[in-house]
Design a protein around this ligand. Structure first.
Ligand code: NAI
Ligand code: MG
Length: 551
C-alpha cells in the first residue's frame, strides 16, 4: 500500500514536471495546494528522513486532480450548473485503483427534458442569428482553451477511464485539429444553384440548414475526443447539443462544458447531462424535441436507438463496433507489421471500435509472425495510466473486465492457444484495478466466438490463410465493417484488397490513421453516417430546395 502510494506520487510529478497546477482556473485553486504539496513532498525528501517524507505523503491525497478531487459535479443545462431534478448522484472511479474521483449528478428523463427545452430555445432564438464568422470564432476560442488546458484534460481522461497518459497526451494533435477543422467548416457551408429542365422561367437552388437539436450519446473509450467529435460539427453548422457522456467516464465532458462557457458558447447551445444509458440515454434517443441523435457505442445499443428514433423519425448517425480484419501477406515488411498488428489491438487495451482483432496471417509466415506479435505483447508495460512508462492501462470497468476475461475463458474452451497473456493480472499493485495483459490467441478458426464477436479488450485472434480469393470472403464474413488493415509490398494486392473489403476504412501498411478531414464510419452493423470530413457536416445539415418563378 505504502509503495503504491509513493509510486502514484512519483507519477503525478512526472506528469506535471516542476509546475504543478499552473494554468488551472482560479475557481479550483484550492487543489493547487494539494498538488504542490505532493511534488514538494517528493522534491524535498532528500533533505528529510524518508520516513518523514512517507508520513507526509500518506496524509495527502496526492493523486488528486483539480477536477477529480472527490467533489460533487453538477450537470450543464441552459448555461447553468445544476443538480439532477431527482437529486440522485452516481460515482466515478479510477479503474486502475478504485479511487473515488467524483460524485456526479445523475440525469434522467426530467433532466433530459430540461436540457432539450434549453437547446430548442437557443436553437430557435439567439443562436439562429449568430453568423458563421462568430461560430468560427467560438470554435477557435474553444480550441485555444482546450490547448491551454490540454494536460489537465488528458490527465482527466487517464484518471476516469484508465488509458495511459502517453496515449491521452498523444491525442493532442487530433483533438485540437478537430476543433480547428470544424472552425474552418463553419464559414464554408454552401448550397448549390441547380439548372432545372422545367418549361418557363423557374430558378432553383438549395439551402443548407442546421438540423436542429442534436442528442449526442458517447462511450467512455476516449471521452475528450468523443465529446469534441460531436460538439465540433454541431457548433460549426449552427445546431445545439445535449451531450450524454458515458456513465463510466463523464468527467472530461463536464470539464469541457466549463470550457465551452468560457469560450463564449451561448447558454443552451451545449448542454451536458451525465447519467445512465437506460435512463438518460434512452430518454434522449426517444425525445420528440430532438432532431438528430449522433451515437457512438455498441451495436446492440445502436439498434435500440434506431427503434427509439421512430417516434418522431429523428435522424440518426451510428458509429458502432467492429471485428476488423487485419491481413498480413508473407511479402509484407514483417518487421513493421509486427508492432503495427500488435498495437492495432493492444492500444487503449483493445477498447477501440476499429481495432484489428481478426489477425489473418498468410500460412507460410503464420507461426513465426504470430510468435513475434506475442513476444511484442509480452514486453508491453501494463500499469496505472498515470505512470508515463505505462503502455497498457486497465479496462474501464468491472463490467468490461468480466466481459473480456469471459472471452479469455471462451477462447481457451474453444481450443485456441494463448501465446501471450490469457488471464487477468490480479497480483501486487495491479490487484485493485481491471488489468488484462496483451493476449494473442493462435489456432483460431473463423467460426469461434473469439473470431466473430467484439471483445473490446487487448485480445488478438490470429487466423491463418492460404489463398487471396478465399481470404477476401473470410475477411468479409462478419456482421461488422468498420476498420481493416492490409500489410503487403505488392501494390496490386493492396489496391485489390482496398476495393474488396467491405469496411469504412482500409489501412495499408499502417493502422488506425485518423484525420479530421478524412471520413470515418461503418458498413453493415458497424453503423451508418460518417464522422470527420465534409460528410460529417452534412450529417448535421438539412437540404432545402427553393424554387423561384422569375417570369
Ligand atoms: P453502450 O453502447 O451500452 O454505451 C455507450 C453509450 O450509450 C453510453 O453513453 C451509454 O450510457 C449509452 N446507452 C446505453 N444504453 C442506452 C440506451 N438504451 N439508449 C441510449 N443510450 C444508451 O456500450 P457499453 O455498455 O459501454 O459497452 C458494451 C460494449 O459495447 C463494449 O464491450 C464494446 O463491445 C461496445 N462498445 C463500442 C464502442 C465504440 O466505440 N464503437 C464504445 C463502447 C462500447
Ligand atoms: Mg451499456
Amino acid at each position: 500500500m505504502r509503495a503504491g502510494r509513493n509510486l502514484r506520487c512519483r507519477s503525478a510529478m512526472v506528469a506535471y514536471p516542476g509546475k504543478v497546477a499552473t494554468g488551472f482556473p482560479k475557481r479550483i485553486c484550492a487543489n493547487e495546494r494539494i498538488w504542490t504539496r505532493c511534488i514538494l513532498a517528493d522534491i524535498t525528501s532528500s533533505s528529510r528522513t524518508s520516513e518523514e517524507a512517507v508520513a507526509q505523503a500518506q496524509t495527502i491525497p496526492f493523486t488528486r486532480h483539480p477536477f477529480a478531487d472527490g467533489s460533487f459535479k453538477k450537470m450543464l443545462i441552459d448555461g447553468k450548473w445544476v443538480a439532477a431534478a431527482s437529486g440522485k448522484t452516481f460515482e466515478s472511479r479510477n479503474p486502475a485503483t478504485g479511487e473515488l474521483l467524483a460524485t456526479v449528478a445523475e440525469g434522467d428523463a426530467e433532466d433530459i427534458n430540461r436540457a432539450v427545452a434549453a437547446a430548442r430555445k437557443a436553437f430557435e432564438g439567439p443562436w439562429s442569428k449568430v453568423k458563421p464568422f462568430e461560430r468560427q470564432a467560438i470554435l477557435l476560442r474553444l480550441a485555444d482553451l482546450v490547448e491551454k488546458h490540454f494536460d489537465e484534460l488528458s490527465t482527466l481522461d487517464t484518471l476516469d477511464m484508465g488509458a495511459p497518459i502517453s496515449r491521452t497526451r498523444a491525442t493532442r494533435l487530433r483533438v485540437l485539429g478537430m476543433l480547428r477543422y470544424y472552425a474552418g467548416k463553419a464559414t464554408s457551408i454552401v448550397g448549390e444553384t441547380i439548372e432545372n429542365s422545367l418549361p418557363g422561367d423557374i430558378f432553383s437552388y438549395t439551402l443548407k440548414e442546421p438540423v436542429g437539436v442534436v442528442g449526442a450519446i458517447i462511450p467512455w473509450n476516449g471521452p475528450l475526443g468523443a465529446s469534441v467529435w460531436k460538439i465540433g460539427p454541431a457548433l460549426a453548422t449552427g445546431c445545439t447539443v445535449v451531450l450524454k457522456p458515458a456513465e463510466e467516464a463523464p468527467l472530461t465532458s463536464l470539464r469541457l462544458g466549463e470550457l465551452c462557457l468560457e469560450a463564449g458558447v451561448p447558454e443552451g447551445v451545449v448542454n451536458v447531462v451525465p447519467g445512465y444509458g437506460e435512463t438518460a440515454g434512452a430518454a434522449l434517443a426517444s425525445h420528440p424535441g430532438v432532431d438528430k441523435v449522433a451515437f457512438t457505442g455498441s451495436h446492440v445499443t445502436g439498434q435500440s436507438i434506431v427503434r427509439a428514433s421512430a417516434g418522431n423519425l429523428k435522424r440518426v448517425s451510428l458509429e458502432l463496433g467492429g471485428k476488423s480484419p487485419d491481413i498480413v501477406f508473407e511479402d509484407a515488411d514483417l518487421d513493421a507489421a509486427v508492432p503495427g498488428a500488435a498495437m492495432a489491438v493492444f492500444a487503449n487495451s483493445g477498447q477501440i471500435c476499429s481495432a484489428g482483432t481478426r489477425l489473418f496471417v498468410e500460412q507460410k509466415v503464420y507461426d513465426a509472425f504470430v510468435g513475434k506479435v506475442a513476444d511484442f505483447g509480452k514486453k508491453l508495460r501494463v500499469g496505472n495510466g498515470l505512470d508515463p512508462e505505462t503502455q497498457i492501462g486497465p479496462l474501464v470497468s468491472e463490467q468490461q473486465f468480466e466481459r473480456v476475461t469471459g472471452y479469455l475463458d471462451i477462447g481457451q474452451k474453444e481450443g485456441a492457444k494463448a501465446l501471450a497473456g490469457g488471464a487477468a493480472l490480479r497480483e501486487g499493485p495491479l490487484a485493485k484495478g481491471y488489468f488484462v495483459p496483451p493476449t494473442v490467441f493462435a489456432n483460431v478458426n473463423d467460426n469461434m466466438r473469439i473470431a466473430q464477436e467484439e471483445i473490446f479488450g487487448p485480445v488478438i485472434s490470429a487466423i491463418p490463410f492460404k489463398n487471396t480469393d478465399e481470404l477476401i470472403a473470410r475477411a468479409n464474413s462478419t456482421m461488422f465493417g468498420l476498420g481493416s488493415g492490409v500489410w503487403t509490398r505488392d501494390v496490386s494486392k493492396a489496391h485489390r484488397l482496398a476495393k474488396a473489403i467491405r469496411a469504412g476504412s482500409v489501412w495499408v501498411n499502417c493502422y488506425q490513421a485518423m484525420d479530421p478531414a478524412v471520413p470515418f464510419g461503418g458498413y453493415k452493423m458497424s453503423g451508418y453516417g460518417r464522422e470527420s470530413g465534409q460528410q460529417h457536416l452534412e450529417e448535421y445539415l438539412n437540404v432545402k430546395a427553393v424554387w423561384i418563378k422569375t417570369a
